[in-house]
Design a protein around this ligand. Structure first.
Ligand code: SER
Length: 893
C-alpha cells in the first residue's frame, strides 16, 4: 500500500468519525520552546493546556516532524529517521481512553476492503503505563486482547511529554509482531525490532514542568480536561504494509537511495557499510528538502545548524561511497519527486530550495578540498617519519578550521593505513571549549589595545540608523581579528566589523546589544555582540556563517525584528518601573544602574530597606496601569541645559553631550536622558511582573522583572503551581494560606507532643541505665545510645538524671549520644565529683567522642556537650570515651 494511500485511509477513518482534518503545520515549531515540530500534537499544545479554546473537539492530522537526537542511529536500525510523518487523532475533552482504543483497533485490524490496514489481530501487542489498570481492561474489553499481549512499562516507555514544560500523560502503545525471523519472542519488553511500535495513544491529562529527562519531571497539576493525543508513525506502517525491511525502503525514500547507489556504482544490499551510508543519504536528503521547504537555511546555530549537519553528513556519506562530484543536484530532485504528491509546494518552490541546498554543498566542498590537501600533507609527513598515527593537532585543525567531523578524519586515515591520536584531538577540543568559555567571559572587556579602533574612528563616528528602521545598506569600513586589522575573514571565523553606518544598537545605557545579520555578495555574518570600545565607534562582533567578507564591500545590515521588539519592551519597561518606584517610594528612589534585554529587566535604585510585599505589589500595579493607559513614548533632542530645566533624570556618573536625547512618557511622570530604543506607546510593553527584590550593597536595592510574554509565562507557571497546591490540599486557592498555616501549627504541636513523649520515655529509662553502670577501672560508667530523633536537650537532662542517681559515693561518668531530627549526632557527658577528683573531665571526653563522630564540642569538667556528622559512629564514640576514661584513671594511679 502506497504511503499516500495509508495517509488517506487514516484521515478518512477519523473524518468519518467526526474529526476535522487539520493540515500539517510547519516543521519550525509554532511552540517557541521547541526548535522543531517533534510530534503531531505540537500545533495543538495551546488547546491541550487550556490556554486556547479549541475550535473543534475532535481533530485529525498528518504532521511533518523532525527529531535529530538519534541522528547517529540513522541507517543502522530499521526505524530511525530524522524526518517522519505522524498520523494523529486528537480529542480535546471529548472521548478518552475507551474511544481512543476503539478507534485505533478498528483502523489497525479493519479489513483492507473496508478501508482499514488489515493487520492480523493475532499480531497485535500493546503496552500500558504500569498502574493503568483501566487501559489494560479496555484492551481486553474492546479488542479482546489476551493478558499476555498487554504488557506494562514505566515512565521511560509509557509516559509521553515533549521534553519541555507543557502537557503530558501516560500512554498506551500498539506494536506489530513481525515474526520470529526478526527476533526473540516475549513482546515489546523483550525486543523492539521484532515487535515494532506503530502507534502511541497518549492520555493527555497532566501539566508538567522541570523536565530533566524522559522519566524525571514534576507534575504541577491536572489539565483542564482529559484529552487524547495519538501518533502513528506513517513511515513505519508503510514499511510493514509495503513488505520491505525498513523505513529507508519505502516508496517515499527508496528512489533517492537507489539513485545514490547508482551514482556510487554500487548495489544496495551488497555491503553492510555501504548500505548504512546509502540510507543516511536518503534519509538526510529528504529531511533537508523538507526543512528548506519550510524556510530553514544552513547556519551555525539552532535550526540552521541541524540543517547544515544533515546536508554535510549526506555529502560526506557520498564521498565515502566514492563519489567526488557534486551530488545534491542529482539526488535532491529525486527526493522532491517522491514527496511532491503529499507536499505540492516542494515543486513550485524548488528553485529556491535547491539553490540553498546546492550552495551549502559547494561551500562544504571548498572546505573539504583545502582540508583534504592539509590531510594529505600531514599523512605523508606521518609516514615519512615512520609513524603510524596522525597527530591530534592535525585532526583538531581539520575539525576546527575545515569542519571535518572526526570520523571523516578517522576514515581518511584508515584508508592510508594510519590511525589518529584521538586522545590528543579530544584534549585540544576540551582546551578550546575552555578557551571559548573564558573568551565569553572576557568578551565585554574588549582588547586592552584600542589603537586599531582609534584608526577606524578617525574616519568619523558610526551613525546609528536604528531608531528609524531595522535595515540599512552600508559598507564594511574595517575588519579586526584579535584587535588587529585584517583584510577579510572567511566562513567559520569570528571577527569584529566596523560599518559606515549601522542599525545595530550597541550595548549601552543598560540595554543589551541587538542581534541580527549582515549580508553581502555571497556572505552572511551573524551579529553576536555590538559594543562601542571607543567613543562614537560601533563595533560588531560577528561570526562568518557563509562565504568570505572583505573590507570595503557593500552590505545590508538587518536587525532581528523580534529581538528588537523585545528590547524596546524591556527598555521602556525599565523606565516605567523606575517611575513607578519613585511614585510609590518618593523621588529619592533614583536609579543607580540597570540592565535589560528582551523579556527581562533589572534596576538598581537608592533605597535603604527591603520592600515589603504590599509595596512591591503597589509598584507593580502603578507600572501596569501606566502600561494600560497607553501613553505615547516620545524621544526628543534638546540642549542639556533645557533637559535639566525640565527635570529629566540623568544617571549619576554618566557624561552627556551638549545635545541630549530625552525619552518621555506621560509628561514629567517619566522623563529620562536616554539613548535606548523604545516602544511607541506604553501599552506595547504588554506586562511587567516583578520577580525579585534584593540588596546590592548599603543603601541600594535591586528589582528584577519579566516583561511582555515572559511576564505572562512567569504568571502562568505560578498559577499552575497554585492550582497544584490547591488540588493537593483539596481547598480553593484563596483558602491556601489559612490551610497551610493550620497545617504548620498542627505539625508544630505534634512535634512538641512527640518530644514530651520522648523525654518522659527517656526519664523512665534513667533508673534502668543507672542500674546498668559498668565498672571501668573503678569508675561507674554508663554509655547510652539514644533512639534516633532524640533532641540534644533531652540527652542532657537524661545524663544529669542518671548521674544524680549514681550518687557521689564513687567516681561515675555518664555518656549519652543520639541523632536528632536532622540525623546529625549529639553527645553529652556528665562526670560526678569523685570522678572529677580522679582527673576525669567531661570536656576532654566530649572532644574524644565528637572527634569520632566527625565534629567538635567542649564544655566544663562536670558536663559537656558536642556533636558530629556521622551518626553511624555513635557506638564507636561511646567505646572511645570508655577507653579514654581507662587511660586517664590508669595514668593517674
Ligand atoms: N505525542 C505522542 C508521540 O509523539 C503521540 O502523538 O508519540
Amino acid at each position: 500500500m502506497e504511503t499516500a494511500e495509508i495517509r488517506r485511509r487514516f484521515l478518512d477513518h477519523f473524518e468519518k468519525n467526526g474529526h476535522t482534518v487539520v493540515p500539517s503545520a510547519s516543521l519550525i515549531s509554532p511552540d517557541p520552546s521547541l526548535l522543531f515540530t517533534v510530534a503531531g500534537m505540537v500545533p495543538f499544545i495551546p488547546y491541550l493546556t487550556g490556554q486556547q479554546t479549541p475550535p473543534w473537539q475532535r481533530a485529525t492530522s498528518v504532521q511533518k516532524c523532525i527529531r535529530t537526537q538519534d541522528i547517529e542511529e540513522v541507517g543502522k536500525t530499521t526505524r530511525h529517521g530524522t524526518f517522519f510523518q505522524m498520523n494523529g487523532n486528537f480529542s480535546f475533552g471529548d472521548y478518552f481512553k475507551e474511544g481512543a482504543i476503539a478507534h485505533a483497533w478498528e483502523l489497525v485490524t479493519g479489513s483492507i476492503s473496508d478501508g482499514g490496514f488489515g493487520f492480523d489481530p493475532g499480531s497485535v501487542w500493546v503496552t500500558v503505563f504500569h498502574d493503568d489498570d483501566e487501559a489494560a481492561a479496555l484492551w481486553k474489553k474492546v479488542a479482546g486482547l489476551p493478558d499476555e499481549r498487554i504488557q506494562r512499562r514505566g515512565l521511560l516507555d509509557n509516559y509521553w511529554h515533549t521534553g519541555q514544560p507543557g502537557p503530558g500523560g501516560p500512554c498506551s502503545e500498539i506494536y506489530i509482531d513481525r515474526g520470529p525471523q526478526y527476533g526473540p519472542d516475549g513482546g515489546p519488553v523483550v525486543d523492539e525490532d521484532r515487535f515494532l511500535e506503530i502507534w502511541n495513544l497518549v492520555f493527555m491529562q497532566e501539566q508538567i514542568t522541570d523536565v530533566k529527562a524522559k522519566d524525571d519531571f514534576v507534575v504541577v497539576g491536572e489539565l483542564p480536561s482529559k484529552n487524547i493525543d495519538t501518533g502513528m508513525g506513517l513511515e513505519r506502517v508503510a514499511y510493514l504494509l509495503q513488505g520491505v525491511e525498513n523505513l529507508y525502503e519505502i516508496d517515499q525514500v527508496f528512489p533517492t537511495l537507489q539513485k545514490a547507489a547508482e551514482l556510487a556504482g554500487t548495489r544496495y544490499g551488497a555491503d553492510h557499510g555501504d548500505d548504512v551510508r546509502l540510507r543516511v543519504v536518503a534519509d538526510h536528503i529528504r529531511s533537508s528538502l523538507m526543512l528548506i521547504g519550510d524556510g530553514v537555511t544552513p547556519s551555525n546555530e539552532g535550526r540552521g545548524y541541524v540543517l547544515r549537519r544533515l546536508l554535510r553528513r549526506s555529502v560526506r556519506a557520498m564521498r565515502l561511497l566514492g563519489v567526488q562530484d557534486r551530488t545534491l543536484p542529482e539526488l535532491l530532485p529525486v527526493s522532491k519527486d517522491c514527496m511532491k504528491a503529499a507536499y505540492p509546494d516542494l515543486e513550485s518552490d524548488f528553485a529556491r530550495i535547491s539553490s540553498v541546498a546546492y550552495g551549502e554543498e559547494d561551500a562544504f566542498r571548498r572546505t573539504l578540498q583545502t582540508g583534504t590537501q592539509i590531510f594529505d600533507l600531514a599523512a605523508d609527513e606521518t609516514k615519512s617519519k615512520a609513524l603510524t598515527a596522525l597527530p591530534g593537532d592535525t585532526a583538531f585543525k581539520l575539525h576546527d578550521t575545515y569542519g571535518f567531523p572526526i570520523d571523516l578524519t578517522l576514515e581518511m586515515a584508515a584508508e592510508q593505513g594510519l590511525s589518529v591520536d584521538e586522545a590528543g584531538f579530544r584534549r585540544l577540543m576540551t582546551e578550546q571549549r575552555e578557551r571559548a568559555k573564558a573568551d565569553a567571559k572576557a568578551k565585554k572587556t574588549g582588547h586592552a589595545d584600542t589603537g586599531a579602533y582609534r584608526e577606524l574612528r578617525e574616519a568619523g563616528p558610526t551613525p546609528f540608523t536604528g531608531y528609524e528602521g531595522l535595515e540599512t545598506d552600508s559598507r564594511v569600513r574595517g575588519l579586526l581579528l584579535d584587535g588587529v586589522s585584517v583584510p577579510g575573514a572567511s566562513e567559520g571565523e569570528t571577527v569584529e566589523v566596523v560599518l559606515d553606518r549601522t542599525p545595530f544598537y550597541a550595548e549601552s545605557g543598560g540595554q543589551d546589544s541587538d542581534a541580527g545579520v549582515i549580508t553581502g555578495d555571497g556572505f552572511e555574518l551573524e551579529v553576536l555582540d555590538v559594543q562601542r570600545p571607543v567613543k562614537g565607534l560601533v563595533v560588531h562582533k560577528v561570526r562568518v556563517l557563509k562565504g568570505e567578507v572583505i573590507s570595503g564591500q557593500e552590505v545590508a545590515a538587518k536587525v532581528d525584528r523580534e529581538w528588537r521588539i523585545g528590547a524596546c519592551q524591556a527598555h521602556s519597561g525599565t523606565h516605567i518601573v523606575h517611575a513607578a518606584l519613585r511614585q510609590v517610594l518618593g523621588p529619592q528612589a533614583l536609579q543607580s544602574g540597570s540592565y535589560n534585554k528582551p523579556g527581562y529587566l533589572r534596576l538598581d535604585f537608592a533605597w535603604g530597606q527591603a520592600l515589603g510585599a504590599a509595596t512591591r505589589s503597589e509598584v507593580e500595579e502603578v507600572a501596569n496601569l501606566a502600561i494600560r493607559r497607553d501613553h505615547p513614548v516620545s524621544a526628543t533632542y534638546m540642549p542639556l541645559e533645557r533637559a535639566r530645566e525640565l527635570g529629566a533624570l540623568a544617571l549619576f556618573g554618566e557624561t552627556y553631550d551638549e545635545e541630549v536625547r530625552v525619552v518621555e512618557m506621560a509628561g514629567s511622570w517619566s522623563r529620562e536622558l536616554c539613548g535606548g530604543t523604545h516602544v511607541g506607546h506604553s501599552s506595547q510593553v504588554g506586562l511587567v511582573t516583578l520577580t525579585g527584590e534584593s540588596s546590592v550593597g548599603a543603601g541600594s536595592r535591586r528589582v528584577e522583572a519579566f516583561v511582555g510574554i515572559e511576564g505572562f509565562r512567569y504568571l502562568a507557571t505560578e498559577r499552575a503551581l497554585v492550582s497544584r497546591l490547591a488540588d493537593l490540599l483539596k481547598v480553593q486557592p484563596d483558602q491556601l494560606p489559612e490551610r497551610i498555616e493550620r497545617l504548620v501549627a498542627q505539625v508544630r504541636d505534634a512535634e512538641k507532643e512527640l518530644s514530651k513523649v520522648r523525654a518522659s520515655a527517656l526519664g523512665a529509662r534513667a533508673g534502668e541505665l543507672a542500674a546498668s553502670a559498668r565498672d571501668v577501672y573503678g569508675v561507674a560508667f554508663v554509655g547510652y545510645e539514644a533512639p534516633a530523633g532524640t533532641a540534644a536537650d533531652d540527652l542532657r537532662s537524661l545524663a544529669l538524671d542518671v548521674r544524680g542517681r549514681l550518687g557521689n559515693e564513687k567516681p561515675a561518668v555518664v555518656a549519652a549520644s543520639g541523632a536528632g531530627d536532622t540525623g546529625r549526632p549529639s553527645v553529652v557527658i556528665a562526670v560526678n565529683e569523685p570522678g572529677r577528683e580522679w582527673g576525669v573531665k567531661a570536656g576532654a571526653l566530649v572532644r574524644v567522642a565528637a572527634q569520632t563522630l566527625g565534629g567538635g564540642g567542649g564544655g566544663k569538667d562536670d558536663v559537656a556537650q558536642g556533636g558530629g556528622t556521622d551518626a553511624s559512629k555513635i557506638g564507636d564514640a561511646l567505646t572511645a570515651v570508655e577507653h579514654a576514661i581507662g587511660e586517664t584513671v590508669t595514668r593517674g594511679s
